[in-house]
Design a protein around this ligand. Structure first.
Ligand code: HEM
Length: 422
């Protein structure tokens, strides 16, 4: 709630309730009179957008589960039945499948916003780490959800990813069988993935609760990265940010609706309209778009590194690319949060974003194909993987010490109104 409570319950029922369970006070202090920096821009609306999409996914998912059948002979057809025969089933299915993509678009924008404005720095390290936990849970949920329609890409995607675990020395094979619940991807795998895909969103919701708690203790960061000093630096959350966030949510929902109604399958893969067939491997197995950068990192390690063979190296690099985010608050040595005042680091950040998109492009293509001028996708992916790790392990630690930041305004109020004395 970021400050003492300002809630004054009306005498009678509200006071009675407040003395016993101050839940209205919690809501009021967190979302009505919550002091919010007055300079937040639209990049701060994505937390609210994410909350809406988590709710959309849970509601449409529960309803789809009423009609879906987690059986290897019936799963594929049960989705077709939902889309064709269940009243409004086409809408639920389209919202859920496209909702996953829009959830990931929003989470990537939310994360890059955090990287640019240094939202992960003290005192928001735990908030950031909880975000990375949410992101990992989202990846696991998305992966298991994609297996449920039991199309060709569902089946073979699950096969490729679960097989990666086999690269772990000594215990890998045993863990893989344990994940499968048998000796290959099959009925037992489908059943447990369905169970976990249903469970995980509720765990995500619980971690989001902690995430927002950890946000409301230090309060929001802001585009200039200066901490709130006086009341003049803030505005009450309602109506200022309920209206601003509401507007952004509506705009984002309109783009979402365009996909749901006019291009429901544009983000999917054509091969997933073919039922899973263990005897026919698709020529080109690709995961959903939101995993592509990590898939490119996985395939970029084609050489042994000392005692680590290439396959294990790829798996370690892929997981390392996410794990490194956990320690980011301690890798960036700069005292200045916002990159607005870090002229050099800002360029490296822009190249980092371009590099992440480039990795996604590499992940979608065959490593041996040519990007341009005789350069293979593999080489590009290797270069961008190197840059990805160098950004966190070399560039941020070194630039934080050597870069001379630009002068910053004295307060948030001054940065907006130009009034307070520097
Ligand atoms: C279901 C997913 C998520 C939800 C619902 C969510 C929700 C929110 C909300 C409502 C806010 C406050 C408004 C805003 O700053 O946008 C916020 C802030 C924040 N989130 Fe998330 N978040 C999610 C995922 C993540 C992830 C994956 C990360 C990073 C890995 C992350 C890192 C942060 C940080 C650092 C802030 C503070 C930003 C600042 O005030 O400067 N969040 N989140």
């Amino acid at each position: 709630m970021s400050g003492p409570s300002t809630y004054n319950p009306k005498p009678g029922l509200m006071t009675w309730l407040d003395d016993r369970l101050p839940i209205i006070r919690l809501g009021y202090d967190s979302f009505v009179d919550y002091p919010t920096p007055r300079n937040l821009n639209y990049w701060w609306a994505f937390g609210g957008i994410l909350t809406v999409f988590l709710m959309i996914q849970i509601i449409t998912g529960i309803t789809l589960a009423m009609h879906y059948i987690p059986h290897e002979d019936m799963a594929f057809n049960s989705i077709q039945r939902i889309v064709r025969d269940v009243p409004n089933g086409w809408l639920l299915q389209s919202m859920h499948a496209n909702g996953a993509s829009f959830f990931f678009i929003a989470v990537y924008i939310h994360m890059f916003r955090g990287l640019y404005y240094g939202s992960y720095k003290a005192p928001r390290e735990i908030l950031w780490i909880l975000g990375v936990v949410i992101y990992l849970l989202m990846m696991a949920t998305g992966f298991m959800g994609y297996v449920l329609p039991w199309g060709q890409m569902s089946y073979w995607g699950a096969m490729v990813i679960t097989n990666l675990v086999g690269a772990i020395p000594f215990v890998g094979e045993a863990i893989r069988e344990w994940l499968w619940g048998g000796f290959t991807v099959g009925q037992a795998t489908l059943n447990r993935f369905f169970s976990l895909h249903y469970l995980l969103p509720f765990i995500i919701a619980a971690v989001v609760g902690l995430h927002i708690w950890a946000l409301h203790v230090p309060g929001n960061g802001n585009p200039v990265g200066i901490s709130v000093k006086t009341k003049k630096d803030t505005l009450p959350f309602h109506p200022y940010y309920t209206v601003k966030d509401g507007f952004a949510i509506l705009l984002y929902l309109m783009i979402f609706c365009f996909f749901v109604f006019f291009m429901p399958n544009a983000l999917g893969h054509a091969d997933n309209f073919i039922e899973a067939n263990a005897l026919s491997t698709p020529s080109h197995i690709v995961p959903e778009w939101y995993y592509l950068p990590f898939y490119a990192i996985l395939r970029a390690i084609t050489f042994d590194i000392g005692p680590i063979d290439a396959k294990l190296g790829g798996v370690l690099a892929m997981f390392g690319a996410i794990a490194i985010l956990f320690v980011l608050p301690w890798l960036d040595t700069s005292k200045v949060r916002s990159m607005r005042f870090r002229p050099l680091t800002r360029w490296f950040f822009i190249f980092f974003v371009v590099g992440a998109l480039g990795l996604g492009y590499c992940g979608a293509n065959n490593p041996d194909d040519i990007v341009f001028g005789g350069i293979k996708f593999l080489w590009l992916a290797q270069f961008l993987t190197f840059y990805y790790f160098a950004y966190f392990l070399l560039i941020l630690p070194i630039l934080g010490i050597v870069e001379k930041p630009k002068p910053r305004p004295a307060s948030i109020e001054e940065s907006v109104l130009g009034t307070s004395k520097a």
